[in-house]
Design a protein. Sequence first.
Length: 367
Amino acid sequence: MPLKKLYILCCVAWLLCACGEKATYRVELKLSNLEAQKLYAVFESDDQKQVDTVAYQPDKPVQITRNEGQFDQLTVYFENHKEGITIYLEPGRKITVTGDARYPLTLQVKGTRTNDLLSDFRKQAATLLKEKTELSGAALPEVDAEERRKEYLPRLANIDHELALMVESFIHKHPKDEASAILIRDYILDPEDPTRAEKMIGTLSPKLDDTRTVRNLRAYCERAMRTMIGAKAPDFALRNIYGETLTLDSFAGHNLVLAFTASWCDLCKTEKLLLDKIQADFPRQDVDVALISLDEDPRDVREQMLTDPMRWNVFTDSAGQSIRVLEAYNVNSLPRCFLIDRRGMIVLKTDNGIELRRTLEALLKKK
């Protein structure tokens, strides 16, 4: 589940006016293969986000407008929140979005130089992007589908490699365009190892250094370096649903599974990540499990946990505490699990319960 989804749940809903020709920002969507549903329009700038909901009817153009505020991008999410399209804004410029909604990665956005360049790239890479969309849908990390995942994941890795090579070629032709920085973020940036992304950022024109995209890229790379395999795990101080404040040192001498989850994330359920079996099968003196939930209300989480015979260490996002740890650990999708050894070093980052259990078993054999 892409992290972009979290923006919707963390933002305060804001109803926009659907006004006429004088709108400062105006985007028209003409999409095929999209059933009637609610769309979420997230306007963003450096210091603010505003969220609108827009009713979509099949085969009818949708107008998204805004008459006030300073924004540089708009992301439109479909109702299922799994996919979206980001549009780069300029005041007074009408922008159109067209294409097949089943393949959000291939949608064509026209109306500014940045959008036009990105759409040209998507058009050139359309075959790969369609295949990536189809295989990604079939290769979700379900713990009971390991063989199917093995079948698709190598091809997905090859597609990502081919796309990265296309991005490098694009950047060499357009080093002065922000579209190049956006493609680095979308197709080259690896949260496990940002080295390649940092190298490509270095080939961009210095005039892009003050753009929000490049600033955020550099900051992300810096955080990613701090959470690479073998790095010292960032400290935290969190209050769990029982009122206890715990830090990383609270788990000193134990192997710790730090799992970022949310109740609305189906793949985050403890049984799908095998966390229930890990909690039951490994002694607490060897392994602790801490669940960091993005749910704001601890009462909702506590009610769910009351039906669970295990006493989980659960931390919710009351007062924004989980979001701060999520940022420190550079988490950009859910679920996300970190395995931290007895020395406080990161030894694994994964969203796969099978991989987590196997790594943990190998780690305990070295004890």
